[in-house]
Design a protein around this ligand. Structure first.
Ligand SMILES: Cc1ncc(COP(=O)(O)O)c(C=O)c1O
Length: 341
């Protein structure tokens, strides 16, 4: 397949490397499939995830509209990819960033945020009423926005620039697949990616069906809230960006199946990806028998795997939480399917 590259000349320096990620064909992760399966390699954005697109779109929009100027302090609650994407964008534009994280944030992510020059504001105690860090972090963001002069809250869960960033993601996918896309598998949290892709699909009257990939324990599509071990996809609140007509279907994936999906991607395609990428691979597997042989499918792989070496890619961690599941990715393909189904 010919993948056309559209060079974004509006951005400068490293920010010009955001987007236009490759679309690669996955020939090995599932044997004997007749449909075409491609992966949108969002981990190849310079900050390591799809959130580079969201972060730079929100910052650029703020700079254009005047709600961000050179003295603005950006304040956001994120312990993961959005924080890192913002830290990259703020470093490039010389903006101060206060990133509100919590006691569960990995040391590696805190180091990454600091390396880009972000200031860390760490919440040590969960909210006393809900028992959750998320509420305590949002309360802290509100306090900082109220007390820090000239502050700006990107608010990725409600900011319309978040989905707008992904019109371009979908444009790139459609350009590369020549409008022939039948299924798009998209992991969800703020719902920015899914909503942006859905808006593009509707605006261009495309036949593409979106399959939302959520976590078991996430409430986005109305499931019961439960503890989740894999960060990235899923949410404990319904994001303001959510609308119930954005996807044709939703597949809920268990944490263990994220691990299995990730390990298979690493062993069979040599792609080292994060937990939500494993989730989309397991979601495709759950739908294998329903996808017609002539179909073209794209999975979005949101981030890279290095940040999960102590969890998803650690045999000790996997055994501690899920028992001995190694045969699910180490065995022959046919055995794997039998065990996983
Ligand atoms: C690794 C990963 N996967 C999936 C998502 C979900 O993307 P969205 O917030 O656009 O729904 C996120 C969001 O932070 C993420 O970090």
């Amino acid at each position: 397949m010919q993948v056309r590259r559209v060079i974004d000349t509006a951005r400068e320096g490293v920010l010009s490397a955001i987007g236009n990620t490759p679309l690669v064909k996955l020939n090995q992760v599932f044997k004997h499939i007749e449909f075409d399966l491609y992966a949108k390699m969002e981990m190849l954005n310079p900050g390591g995830s799809i959130k580079d697109r969201t972060a730079i779109t929100i910052v650029e929009q703020g700079l254009r509209s005047g709600s961000i100027n050179k003295d603005t302090v950006i304040v956001e609650s994120s312990s993961g990819n959005m924080g890192i994407g913002l830290a990259q964008a703020c470093s490039f534009h010389g903006l101060r960033l206060i990133c509100v994280v919590d006691a569960k944030t990995t040391t590696q992510n805190i180091h990454l945020l600091r390396a880009y020059g972000a200031e860390i504001d760490c919440i040590d105690e969960p909210d006393p009423v809900t028992g959750e860090f998320l509420q305590a972090r949002l309360d802290r963001v509100k306090f900082l926005v109220d007390t820090v002069k000239n502050s700006f809250w990107p608010n990725q869960y409600a900011n319309l620039s978040n989905p707008r960033a992904h019109h371009q993601t979908m444009r790139e996918i459609v350009t590369a697949t020549g409008n022939q896309l039948d299924y798009l598998f998209c992991a969800i949290s703020t719902c920015g990616t899914m909503r942006g892709c859905s808006e593009f699909i509707k605006a261009h009257h495309l036949p593409t069906k979106i399959i939302a990939v959520d976590a078991v324990g996430s409430v986005i599509f109305g499931g019961a809230k439960a503890k989740r071990l894999i960060p990235g996809h899923g949410a404990a609140i319904t994001p303001a960006l959510f609308q119930d007509d954005l996807a044709q279907e939703c597949v809920h994936v268990k944490d263990v199946d994220c691990v299995i999906g990730c390990r298979r991607l690493a062993r069979r395609e040599a792609i080292l990806a994060g937990g939500s990428s494993g989730a989309v691979i397991s979601a495709v597997e759950a739908m294998l028998h329903r996808i017609p042989p002539s179909a073209t499918c794209v999975v979005i792989l949101p981030d890279r795997g290095e940040r999960y070496l102590d969890t998803i890619y650690s045999n000790e961690w996997v055994e501690e939480h899920f028992g001995d599941v190694a045969e699910n990715w180490e065995g022959e393909y046919e055995e794997c399917v039998a065990i996983a189904s």
